[in-house]
Design a protein around this ligand. Structure first.
Ligand SMILES: NC(=O)c1ccc[n+]([C@@H]2O[C@H](COP(=O)([O-])OP(=O)(O)OC[C@H]3O[C@@H](n4cnc5c(N)ncnc54)[C@H](OP(=O)(O)O)[C@@H]3O)[C@@H](O)[C@H]2O)c1
Length: 317
């Protein structure tokens, strides 16, 4: 895409699980990318954002940096999640405005949708209620980015977009039980069970809830496309739009990881919401694209990577 040739882009969080493949794609397409690391630029502070943009003069900023994790992190650090993500986004957007950055891309999350909603989540529902109890503060502060872009567009003509990502999985994810999400947690369980020659693996719930899973490289491609092709201040969902039951997910991971024992379900444990997937009609129309990686192919690549990088992946914060 010639759009990216020599374009100067800052990707916050560009060394992270999602940021790294975004940076890789941008560089392949000819962009000049700078990744501010937290140790050099703590983006919670406005002056660090201003210094970063004065030094690197980006035309575009993709904001992927965040402090977040699984249920444990949300329970342990609700205030830190609130403060760091809100201050970071608020100040990065303000620094973009003050530095004359032409476009801001905010990476949002499906956790921002109202917790009572099930089924296919549509962009228009984003502000129609409180996020689920388990991610209330994380979900709420992430969507403040969209509101800030809306207000900045109205007052300053600022060009900011907000992409809402579904659950991601893939190589480079955290497999640390304190941080991991369902795909990483199941992969670790089944790979370890195979290595230990265990008789059975127990999974929580009935396996009936339906969720959506997006391969990390497809998520990165969608962000790069949205950055180039989408200019509406209203949000756009990014996902497959395909629902998979937790049972099908677990059985596929069991098969691909080569675990020959039994899979049992602990139905005493809660299921959570029965169905949650994104309506991706807007994404398909605006980006002229849909994620090409099937869940099975994505899981094969991920499990292959995990087995080869297990120690580092398990230790990743
Ligand atoms: N993973 C998912 O399933 C998922 C789903 C929906 C949305 N998202 C969103 O996707 C984005 C990326 O997630 P990820 O999984 O790639 O996260 P990650 O691997 O934890 O990476 C986050 C990055 O943020 C940077 N960061 C954190 N605090 C910072 C600060 N104060 N100043 C500067 N940089 C800071 C870190 O930089 P250093 O490495 O320099 O410390 C880190 O590389 C997040 O906004 C998240 O909310 C993720």
């Amino acid at each position: 895409m010639s759009f990216w040739k020599n374009k100067k882009v800052v990707v916050t969080g560009g060394a992270g699980f999602l940021g790294a493949p975004v940076v890789e794609i941008l560089r392949e397409r000819g962009a000049e990318v700078f990744v501010p690391r937290r140790r050099d630029y703590n983006l919670i502070h406005l002056e660090d954002g201003l210094r970063c943009f004065a030094e690197h003069r980006p035309e575009m900023v993709i904001h992927s940096a965040a402090f977040y994790g699984g249920i444990w992190i949300n329970q342990m650090y609700p205030a830190k999640i609130y403060y760091e993500n809100l201050m970071m986004a608020t100040n990065v957007i303000e620094a973009c405005r003050l530095s004359g950055v032409q476009k801001f891309v905010g990476v949002g999350t499906a956790c921002s949708y109202p917790g009572y909603l099930t089924g296919e989540l549509q962009e228009d529902d984003l502000w129609n209620g409180q996020a689920h109890e388990t991610v209330r503060n994380y979900g709420a502060v992430k969507k403040m980015m969209q509101l800030q872009c809306w207000a900045y567009k109205k007052q300053y003509g600022f060009n900011g977009i907000h992409v809402i990502l579904t659950n991601l999985y893939g190589p480079g994810d955290s497999y640390n039980p304190d941080r991991s999400h369902v795909v990483a947690a199941l992969i670790r369980k089944f790979v370890e069970a195979r290595q230990n020659r265990d008789a059975a693996v127990e999974v929580w719930g009935t396996g009936r809830p339906i969720r959506e899973f997006l391969y990390i490289n497809d998520a990165a491609e969608a962000i790069v496309r949205a950055a180039a092709m989408y200019d509406d201040v209203e949000p756009v969902n990014i996902g497959t739009g395909i629902g998979t039951s937790i049972r099908e997910l677990a059985e596929t991971i069991q098969e691909v990881s080569g675990f020959a024992g039994n899979l049992t379900w602990n139905t005493e444990k809660p299921d959570g919401q029965m169905k949650k997937i994104l309506d991706v009609r807007k994404m398909k129309a605006a980006l002229q694209w849909q994620p090409p990686t099937s869940l099975r192919t994505g899981l094969e690549k991920t499990i292959h990577w995990y087995v080869a990088n297990k120690n580092a992946a398990d230790a990743r914060e």
